[in-house]
Design a protein around this ligand. Structure first.
Ligand SMILES: C[S@@+](CC[C@H](N)C(=O)[O-])C[C@H]1O[C@@H](n2cnc3c(N)ncnc32)[C@H](O)[C@@H]1O
Length: 314
């Protein structure tokens, strides 16, 4: 990670789409130099979620911790309106960085897992995982059956997530053929590890609330509150389409809601021109953060907020 000397916030003079006509120039705070920051070693971050979530933010956790610490004085609750695999809420509450978290997710399959993980049926789920023998035929036969109740549904979703390409749950995702080291379906199925993660969540689940619903609405409902922090990780503009069942969101509307939030927010996005323009319009700050994508290709993603001053101390 870079030292405070190397990272600096500075004003960049930008022509905005609106100002171009009037030949005005607006200023926007942009973090320079972050593109040269070191890529976070994901293995150094405790993996608390049983999901292998596409677009998951384990790699961003060191940045999330800094953002939380910089804003803790105001924070009673973390809101994660696009929860997915939930690594940010689990880390924030599990590491006692916030008192409480509210997780929101629209996808009913993903929701089934969270509902069971945070209920008295979590032990059942942990045991089901440990006693299930993964072979091509047991997996195929389970995944083509309609689950008889919510906990069977949660098991089936988690199984599919662990044995599909890229953890993708959206329709059309195929099962792993070769996986890591040619281990096929078993390459991402670690029953004891998953059991331990599920049981660990039980020790702090009283401080997490999960809602199946619309993250936009939850943000609007809580916009007036100064005692909440919002971690906003929506489906991205490009990749989102093939990764999630619900991926078609109104990015401009999300930026407008973020502009009205009275508590601090941290938003993440793909490094796309459309998103940079929305950040600029709303006078948000942006920084490019390096990460490793699929197949270990290096790329950058954006973090966006009203104030990224805390990055200076990374
Ligand atoms: C980028 S993923 C979140 C990944 C998560 N931060 C993690 O680390 O695992 C975005 C999630 O938003 C969900 N989603 C899409 N539209 C939504 C909406 N209107 N309300 C709540 N969740 C939504 C998708 O189902 C997907 O799980």
């Amino acid at each position: 990670m870079r030292s405070s000397k190397e990272i600096h916030l500075t004003h960049r003079r930008l022509r905005t789409s609106r100002s171009r006509n009037k030949s005005e120039v607006k200023e926007q705070l942009v973090l320079f130099g972050a593109t040269k920051a070191k890529i976070i070693n994901v293995a150094s971050v405790p993996q608390r979620s049983p999901f292998r979530y596409p677009g998951g933010k384990t790699w961003l956790i060191p940045y999330v911790r800094k953002w939380l610490s910089a804003n803790l004085s105001e924070a009673k609750q973390l809101i994660e309106p696009f929860a997915g695999g939930g690594i940010v809420s689990l880390t924030a509450v599990g590491e006692k960085r916030v008192q409480r978290a509210l997780m929101v997710e629209l996808d009913e399959d993903v929701a089934a897992v969270w509902q069971i993980l945070l209920s008295d049926d979590a032990q059942w789920l942990a045991d089901r995982i440990v006693h299930f023998s993964v072979t091509k035929s047991t997996v195929e036969s389970l995944l083509c059956k309609k689950p008889s109740n919510l906990r069977e549904k949660a098991f089936s979703v988690l199984l599919k997530n662990r044995v599909s390409h890229g953890g993708i749950l959206a329709n059309g995702a195929g099962l792993l053929k070769h996986g890591e080291n040619g281990k096929g379906l078993l390459s991402r199925w670690y029953p004891q590890t998953l059991r331990n993660r599920i049981l660990d969540i039980q020790t702090y689940k009283a401080n997490i609330k999960f809602v199946q619903g619309d993250g936009f609405q939850i943000l609007r409902d809580n916009a007036h509150r100064t005692d909440v922090l919002s971690f906003i990780d929506p489906p991205y503009t490009v990749a989102g389409r093939r990764l999630y069942r619900y991926s078609d969101i109104d990015h401009a509307a999300l930026f407008q809601i973020a502009a009205k939030l009275r508590g601090s927010f941290l938003m993440t996005y793909d490094n796309a021109d459309e998103i940079r323009a929305l950040a600029e319009e709303n006078r948000f700050q942006i920084a490019e953060i390096p990460m490793k994508g699929t197949h270990h290709a290096e790329k950058t993603e954006l973090i966006i907020s009203k104030d990224l001053g805390w990055l200076k101390i990374m």
